[in-house]
Design a protein around this ligand. Structure first.
Ligand SMILES: [Zn+2]
Length: 141
């Protein structure tokens, strides 16, 4: 397994030594300030991903919460909103689904998607399979 470089200042792990990044540490709790009701949904989401997709760790940045897997690949980003959790993830093909709020083509074979999750039942097999594909992309790139 690739040995990761760990930033001594913020503790984030990267594949490349001295990778440029922001060292700002932003606690997860701050993302949920005033949005505490969404915390159980976020926890459920993490639990289901761990169980159905694979292990990962969380990097809480000022912009959003990154879900990262080894070696140091962010396969999804989570945003806490007042009444929902917004999630961004990337796939290598164009996905057609009414559940996707928006997508952008990032590069020739990378599409970024945004999906809103309002309840636990929306963390279903379909969503988890997309996340599994996003998670596994690290092997292909
Ligand atoms: Zn750092």
């Amino acid at each position: 397994m690739t040995k990761l470089w760990k930033c001594q200042k913020c503790g984030r792990k990267f594949e490349k030594k001295n990778q440029m990044h922001s060292c700002t540490i932003y606690p997860v709790e701050k993302h949920f300030k005033g949005k505490e009701e969404m915390k159980p949904l976020y926890n459920k989401l993490k639990e289901k991903i761990k169980k159905n997709v694979g292990s990962f760790w969380v990097e809480s940045l000022p912009c959003c919460i990154h879900l990262v897997t080894a070696p140091a690949y962010t396969f999804a980003a989570v945003y806490a909103l007042r009444d929902r959790i917004r999630m961004h993830f990337g796939l290598d093909y164009k996905l057609e689904s009414s559940r996707i709020d928006k997508f952008s083509q990032y590069s020739a074979n990378r599409y970024m998607y945004s999906i809103d999750i309002k309840s636990e039942k929306e963390i279903d097999r379909e969503l988890l399979s997309w996340l599994r594909q996003a998670y596994n992309l690290k092997h292909g790139v």
